[in-house]
Design a binder for this molecule. Structure first.
Ligand SMILES: [Fe+2]
Ligand SMILES: [Fe+2]
Length: 177
């Protein structure tokens, strides 16, 4: 069956919202870290929370495309890492002296946040979070989930920075979760 562009957009939206309603995603979204992320500005037109949901949405769109090609991807690790990847940037003006230090340090702080939400978090998810800023940090992600998040993060940052407040990828999710 071939879906129209509108129908497939609606379908993907529902699939992504469904993923965001899962217990592991809600554990992050209802945490105080994510609540604080809703009020921290990030890029010209977003907050850390709305940027984060864009990165989740784009990562999952890539996941569904690659799933059709039978490429095996850990969806839980992808969603958890995408949701946590920038939570360490919250409070940046108190924590980091300048943008360079923020760029280098916030992935490490995001790993600490993820570990505090999931004490038994796996190494792959940690790697995705820790190396999401590559090549601005020196080590590339070690797995496909990390590569998808790395790409989704750059894509969302570009859209959020250059295309205005009505088009950013996380816009349609921020009030739904
Ligand atoms: Fe980041
Ligand atoms: Fe990001």
């Amino acid at each position: 069956m071939v879906l129209s562009k509108e129908s497939s957009s609606v379908l993907f939206h529902l699939l992504i919202v469904n993923e965001l309603k899962k217990e592991y995603a809600q554990k992050i979204i209802t945490s105080q870290y994510f609540i604080n992320a809703r009020s921290q500005a990030h890029h010209p037109n977003t907050t850390v929370a709305s940027h984060t949901l864009g990165v989740v949405a784009v990562s999952l769109r890539l996941f569904y495309a690659l799933e059709k090609l039978r490429i095996n991807i850990d969806k839980e690790a992808l969603t958890k890492a995408a949701l946590c990847h920038d939570l360490g940037i919250v409070g940046r003006y108190d924590k980091f002296k300048n943008d360079f230090i923020c760029c280098q340090r916030h992935p490490v702080d995001s790993v600490s946040v993820a570990k505090s939400i999931f004490p038994d978090i796996d190494k792959k998810t940690i790697d995705c979070i820790k190396n999401h800023m590559f090549p601005l940090t020196p080590i590339p992600p070690c797995c496909i989930e990390g590569i998808l998040i790395n790409f989704a993060d750059k894509y969302c940052t570009f859209i959020e920075t250059f295309l205005g407040k009505n088009t950013y990828p996380g816009k349609s999710y921020i009030d739904e979760v």
